[in-house]
Design a binder for this molecule. Structure first.
Ligand SMILES: [Fe+2]
Length: 329
């Protein structure tokens, strides 16, 4: 899409829908007058939904940055040197007390079990690099909870700094080699799980684009009109706010991190068309309850066209997002 028409689309979408007119996430296919109601307090998001068959809870974990490794990782020493040290000891986001990624991960899983969570969604950068030891450790801990989980990669999970290859090539090779078990048989780039009348979609946008195949998948998943949530690593662009997927200015000139992260620089030409189309269609979705992301390691919410986009703080510092669904009579 041309930059100009993309901007026009944004402008007309904002005007047409209005900022306060919120979609109608009826749990039936028929439209209702029900508006989307939620609260966001500390790390807790609570939705109040009419027609919800029973209450439920989803725990989102993002940016744990696990770094454990063993002899199998020796041959990759030069590629993991920086990230292996980046999160050895961290400060808890709330208490300021010393902690570390493994403790934070075990704590949130313990919380998920004790609160009887229905689903855990992991939104990327769970690993600081694709270490076999860390992946095995996390997978076993997740299995021990007995709670179903969905995983989608972030830009670090598949990245060994300094390794040759495009972002797409590196993602493709490491998701298939090392991270595969985390997907439990699902496609690494996209997946869905329907729970209690709500669809949970995961999409990998860790190369800063949404592929035509992912866009097709999104369109098919959205067609049935079931209320849905989208989980991804990198937040979507908020018009007027710099950065985020779908930013018309995204590209090489904006890339400040490629030398530090020793990776291919972002493309000169900006996002591919399917990324912009995804942006348009995502924020025009009537039944979208919310977008849940991470990447920036800070907790906040932005709203576009009445659709909230939550950004989770980093689990490396003990944070996570607790998403509850309450029945409204
Ligand atoms: Fe991260």
């Amino acid at each position: 899409m041309e930059r100009r028409s993309f901007l026009n689309t944004l402008f007309s979408a904002s005007l047409g829908l209005g900022f306060y007119r919120i979609g109608a996430p009826s749990l039936t296919k028929e439209k209702s007058n029900q508006k989307l109601s939620f609260t966001f307090e500390d790390n807790k998001v609570t939705y109040y939904l009419k027609g919800l068959p029973k209450p439920m809870k989803i725990i989102q974990i993002s940016d744990t940055h696990l770094w454990r490794d063993d002899a199998r990782g020796e041959q990759f020493r030069e590629y993991k040197a920086r990230m292996e040290k980046a999160y050895n000891v961290t400060k808890h986001y709330k208490t300021g007390a010393e902690t570390n990624p493994e403790k934070s991960f075990e704590d949130v899983l313990g919380y998920a079990v004790s609160t009887k969570a229905d689903l855990i969604v992991l939104t990327g950068d769970i690993f600081s690099f694709p270490s076999e030891a860390a992946i095995e450790w996390a997978y076993e801990k997740l299995k021990q909870t007995g709670i179903p989980f969905l995983y989608v990669a972030g830009n670090h999970d598949w990245h060994y700094e300094g390794m040759k290859g495009s972002l797409q090539e590196l993602r493709s090779s490491w998701t298939k080699q090392r991270l595969l078990k985390m997907y439990q048989g699902n496609d690494p780039l996209m997946g869905s799980y329907t729970l209690n009348g709500i669809k949970v979609l995961v999409l990998d946008n860790s190369v800063f684009d949404v592929t035509p195949e992912q866009l097709d998948y999104f369109r098919k998943q959205k067609k049935d009109g079931i209320p849905f949530m989208v989980f991804m690593h990198i937040p979507m662009y908020i018009p007027g706010k710099s950065s985020g997927i779908g930013d018309p200015a995204w590209g090489a000139a904006m890339d400040k991190g490629y030398e530090t992260e020793k990776r291919e620089r972002w493309r000169e030409g900006g996002h591919i068309k399917s990324t912009f189309d995804f942006w348009d269609e995502l924020f025009a979705s009537e039944n979208l309850l919310g977008i849940f992301t991470g990447h920036f390691h800070r907790q906040y919410v932005d709203v576009v066209n009445g659709i909230p986009q939550f950004v989770s703080a980093a689990n490396a510092m003990g944070a996570f997002t607790d998403i509850s669904f309450v029945q409204v009579k």
